[in-house]
Design a protein around this ligand. Structure first.
Ligand SMILES: CC(C)(COP(=O)(O)OP(=O)(O)OC[C@H]1O[C@@H](n2cnc3c(N)ncnc32)[C@H](O)[C@@H]1OP(=O)(O)O)[C@@H](O)C(=O)NCCC(=O)NCCS
Length: 179
């Protein structure tokens, strides 16, 4: 990172991003589509805790989506352990004023290329709630394949929800039998 994009860049988080994080992440419409690990309400302490967590990461797997002026969202992967260690789950969110401009489609496509190149992965997947048509569309346009419907797999805001499972699979240059 950084990766430049038509709207700005995907870049590392910085301690200067606290204000933008509070401004844009403190949005129930964003929270409703994410896991409960994403705080709501989202205040300065939430932003500081997130940025401190990212600073401790090695390697860094969470990044900011940013214009030239400010952070407007986040994207990242969570690598899996044990026999799933060549797999990672991807998550992302975008500030509401920027929805519907193609930003996340470009971001997911660019970030997926980056993640496959940077980390030792053969599979990246995402599990949007089934009602999140915009996110499903983003994944499809960014080259992810729908693998199935995870029935009653999550509870969010008191509602039991289905999720769709989307994944992209690529080969490793050399797969070592010992892993
Ligand atoms: C979902 C989200 C990432 C989409 O980002 P975005 O930059 O607005 O997405 P894009 O503009 O690149 O593409 C959105 C696509 O979804 C479509 N779309 C938007 N709302 C839709 C809806 N209600 N039903 C069906 N399609 C919809 C758009 O038309 C567009 O597809 P098109 O280009 O074929 O017309 C953004 O709304 C967001 O951050 N939401 C809150 C958090 C979230 O949902 N994160 C993902 C968790 S899996």
């Amino acid at each position: 990172m950084p990766v430049s994009t038509s709207y700005g860049e995907i870049r590392s988080w910085s301690n200067h991003d606290v204000d933008a994080l509070v401004k844009y992440a403190n949005n129930r419409k964003v929270w409703l589509n994410l896991t409960d690990a994403f705080p709501h309400p989202y205040n300065e302490a939430s932003a500081a805790a997130f940025l401190a967590m990212v600073e401790r990461q090695s390697p860094t797997t969470y990044f900011a989506i940013a214009t030239r002026e400010e952070a407007i969202g986040g994207i990242g992967i969570g690598p899996k352990p044990d026999v799933y260690r060549l797999t990672a789950e991807m998550g992302y969110w975008l500030a509401e004023p920027y929805w519907g401009k193609g930003i996340m489609t470009e971001t997911v496509a660019r970030f997926t290329d980056y993640a496959f190149a940077q980390f030792r992965l053969v599979r990246i997947y995402a599990e949007p709630y089934a009602h999140n048509s915009a996110s499903c569309r983003v994944l499809e346009k960014a080259g992810y394949v729908l693998e199935g419907r995870l029935r009653s797999s999550a509870i969010k805001d008191g509602r039991i929800l289905d999720q769709f499972l989307y994944a992209q699979v690529r080969g490793l240059g050399t797969v070592c039998a010992a892993g």
